[in-house]
Design a protein around this ligand. Structure first.
Ligand code: CUA
Length: 329
């Protein structure tokens, strides 16, 4: 690379980061910086390619312009070196972008262990946020410098939870759980938008993430819960009794009642008839409650005598039940 090109590229990089500061939402996480760097690289590559392409076109148009009436176009077939060059250089650039993008994507999609888990439910047209201690909120309040994992679902149609300043978004899909995580590195309030068209008030389906210190967060959480609420797991325990789940499922020993015991099952692998093992997690428990016939545990009668609770439990009741089952050990 010539020194001129080197200078140009470093100038472009400066311009890009200045631009990011002006036109892009502020960077609230470390991932946001990484995303912006990749984006900056793409802008620079596009800029340089555009200059070479358009500049070359103009240069050749002028240089090979027909000058006299008898001017003859020279007979040119091809140049192997040139063809290799314009195939290999873009290939290297594409592979770089792919590898770079993959590294960031992988980090975004690998859920950290011991993250603070928060349940987020989309419905037309608001976000409902449930904390483990039973606090319900319409705003997402999180401590700074702490891994936060959101478990998302929807009551009705597909929504998408997007925090521009954190450069992350994730669909909230009815009938299943999806996850996303972030670690806020900046205090303050950040926008949350719904980025999946979900009906009349889609554009008004907004909330905020408020990033506070750990002490402020603990204080907020305690104050909110002093409304006399039960924790999410306690709500789940109640539902477990009132919906008679306890008549078929043991919760304090491995002994089988009518259905499998739920004691110490969380995170294990469930044997299912005629199929590979299924992870005993949020989605499996949810499916077993709503569609008990879908995956019957090995050794249990078919069809399963368990009734479906489809349409009988709200999303937050399901979340409470799952939280309860999660803690059975
Ligand atoms: Cu919810 Cu768009």
């Amino acid at each position: 690379m010539t020194p001129f090109m080197g200078k140009l590229i470093s100038k472009l990089f400066l311009a890009q980061s200045a631009m990011a500061g002006t036109f892009m939402p502020e960077q609230g996480t470390a991932i946001a910086k990484q995303v912006d760097n990749l984006y900056g690289f793409l802008i620079i590559v596009s800029f340089v390619s555009c200059a070479i392409l358009i500049g070359g076109m103009i240069y050749f148009a002028v240089k090979y312009k027909r000058k006299t009436a008898n001017d003859k176009t020279p007979y040119i077939t091809h140049d192997t070196r040139l063809e290799v060059l314009w195939s290999v250089v873009p290939l290297i650039i594409f592979l770089t972008v792919f590898a770079w993008g993959w590294v960031i994507y992988h980090e975004m999609r690998s859920m950290p262990a011991n993250a603070l888990e928060i349940q987020v439910t989309g419905k037309q047209w608001a976000w409902a946020i449930d904390y483990k201690n039973g606090v319900k909120s319409t705003q997402l309040v999180v401590p700074i410098h702490r891994d936060v994992k959101l478990i998302l679902t929807s009551e009705d149609v597909i929504h998408s939870f997007y925090i521009p300043s954190f450069r992350i978004k994730q669909d909230a899909v009815p009938g299943r759980y999806t996850t996303m995580w972030f670690r806020a590195e900046k205090m303050g309030e950040f926008h949350v938008f719904c980025t999946e068209y979900c009906g009349t008030s889609h554009s008004a389906m907004m909330t905020r993430v408020r990033v506070v210190t750990q002490e402020e967060f603990d204080k907020w959480l305690t104050e909110e819960s002093e409304v006399g609420l039960l924790s999410l797991a306690e709500q789940g325990a109640k539902i477990f009794q009132t919906r008679a789940c306890a008549s078929c499922h043991n919760v304090d020993s491995a002994a089988v009642k009518i259905g499998p015991s739920l004691w110490r099952r969380w995170g294990t692998e469930a044997n299912v008839d005629g199929e590979a093992k299924i992870k005993f997690d949020e989605n499996y428990v949810r499916e077993s409650i709503l569609l008990p016939q879908a995956h019957i545990a090995t050794g249990y009668p078919k069809p399963s005598p368990m009734p479906s609770f489809q349409g009988q439990l709200s999303e937050s009741q399901l979340a409470a039940l799952i939280e309860y089952i999660k803690g059975l050990n």
